[in-house]
Design a protein around this ligand. Structure first.
Ligand SMILES: Nc1ncnc2c1ncn2[C@@H]1O[C@H](COP(=O)(O)OP(=O)(O)O)[C@@H](O)[C@H]1O
Ligand SMILES: [Mg+2]
Length: 259
């Protein structure tokens, strides 16, 4: 018997005015999978992430996490369940150091409140120590130690993309939603990112849903590929299956964007 899905989309409909962004979208993600989400610009990939995280509310349908509806939960509650995301456009605090960006990302897991922090209670100190240890561990794992004290704005784009991924890990998620983690990277940097993602998956037992345009990266990274076109799921299968799917070829050719 197959286990319960980790995340389940049940006929999700999202509209902005007359624009149908997601059209009766249904699919499931299973624990330990690496799923690539592909589709032309405007297909609804980022909007789907926004629905999962509670930033957008679908007009109808349900999103379930381990069998429980999360459609009505606020973003911080959803994050607290173990769902973390990176942004298509890097959303770091440019004037803060690499380490501080990670420590801010961890606020979810700091258990003590403000009073405890002001008083420096033993619980607060324990949390603070744990928080820093986790951040250092992530920096180490991603070979970012050399940049820990550097202001993010002063770092090369490729390093910033990696810090954006590092930030998502600080809240100890079980599902990572990565929105174009390799966009704008050189092919060498893409390969590096690809291996790092696979390493992180192994190290932390993560499930990954990754928006990715480069089919070469998709083939090496993903167990499964979901294809969206104008908010419709047009294919769901292994990279091999999806690549040869007539509607996938058509969707990409139609948009003059071969990946
Ligand atoms: N907040 C919003 N208000 C109005 N339209 C939006 C909003 N967010 C997304 N859209 C529209 O939804 C469609 C899908 O966008 P998006 O999810 O960003 O696509 P993708 O990430 O696949 O490129 C686009 O037509 C976009 O303009
Ligand atoms: Mg997008």
């Amino acid at each position: 018997m197959k286990a319960e899905p980790l995340l389940e989309f049940d006929t999700i409909k999202l509209n902005f005015g007359g624009l149908q962004v997601l059209r009766d979208l249904s699919f499931s993600l299973w624990s330990d999978e690496v799923v690539a989400l592909i589709g032309p610009n405007g297909a609804g990939k980022t909007s789907l992430f926004n629905c999962i995280c509670g930033f957008y509310r679908p007009q109808s349908g349900e999103i379930r996490w381990r069998g429980r509806s999360i459609s009505r939960l606020r973003p911080h509650k959803i994050a607290g369940l173990g769902i973390a995301r990176s942004f298509q456009n890097i959303e770091l605090f440019a004037n803060l150091s690499c380490l501080d960006n990670l420590l801010l990302g961890r606020h979810l897991h700091v258990k003590s409140g403000l009073v405890a922090a002001l008083l420096g209670t033993p619980g607060w100190v324990r949390d603070e120590v744990r928080q820093r240890r986790r951040a250092e561990e992530i920096l180490e794992l991603l070979d970012l130690q050399a940049f820990r004290g550097e202001k993010v704005s002063a770092l090369p784009y490729g390093v910033q993309k990696l810090i954006e991924v590092a930030r998502t890990l600080t809240a100890e998620p079980s599902l990572l939603l990565l929105d174009e983690p390799t966009a704008g990277l050189t092919s060498e940097e893409k390969t590096d990112m690809l291996y790092r993602l696979l390493q992180l998956k192994k190290e932390f037992g993560l499930t990954l849903l990754v928006v990715e345009h480069d089919l070469k990266v998709v083939r090496q990274l993903a167990d499964r590929v979901i294809v969206l076109d104008y908010g419709l799921l047009i294919a769901d299968g292994t990279p091999q299956e999806v690549q040869n799917h007539p509607s996938v070829i058509e969707a990409y050719l139609g948009h003059q964007r071969l990946v």
